[in-house]
Write a protein that binds this ligand. Structure first.
Ligand code: GUN
Length: 169
């Protein structure tokens, strides 16, 4: 954790700005809560910020994520992090039919809940993403805010590990 605690304020915010997609506010809040004793404490603090901080709008976070294999991906406009995650789920290698099905379900999901379907892409492949979408479409909005934020947390932890790894090299 020394390497994280020793970063300048600006450098910390810069490095951690996208652990939650398009939400640098989370990095700004985390920066003020340094130093961290260890990675566990960092993760606990991250969870606390995502769950309890009044400056963090959970539905806005869910809205700011791009669709998996959606328009932004086709246009090459994803963040580096999202691009890498979607690649690891194999979403750059799907057929037109599979992409269409994903688009229909992503759109249904957004119509029902008002935000993006989020799943930790690095822990999934196309089939489990499609099954997850179909199952989660049956939920109510309150449950989906909780489930979506749980996935955001997983994504943020993996992005954090990547950053710490790169800082240690
Ligand atoms: N899972 C991991 N990254 C992403 C992302 O950028 N968008 C969505 N919807 N899910 C993700």
């Amino acid at each position: 954790m020394d390497v994280v605690n020793c970063l300048s304020c600006n450098e910390f915010i810069d490095r951690f700005a996208n652990i939650v997609e398009h939400t640098p506010k989370v990095a700004e809040i985390l920066e003020k809560r340094r130093p961290f004793q260890n990675l566990d404490e960092f993760y606990h603090t991250l969870e606390d910020v995502l769950k309890n901080d009044n400056h963090v709008d959970r539905e806005e976070i869910l809205r700011k994520h791009p669709d998996l294999a959606g328009k932004l991906s086709l246009q090459g406009l994803l963040t580096q992090e999202s691009k890498k995650e979607q690649l690891s789920a194999g979403l750059s290698n799907i057929t037109e039919e599979e992409r269409s099905l994903l688009t229909v379900l992503n759109n249904q999901y957004r119509m029902k809940f008002g935000f993006t379907f989020i799943v930790c892409a690095r822990e999934n492949k196309l089939n489990s993403i499609l099954t997850g979408l179909q199952n989660r479409l049956k939920n109510n909005k309150n449950d989906e805010v909780l489930i979506g934020m749980r996935e955001v947390k997983k994504i943020a932890k993996l992005r954090t590990m990547d950053i710490i790894h790169s800082l240690s090299c």
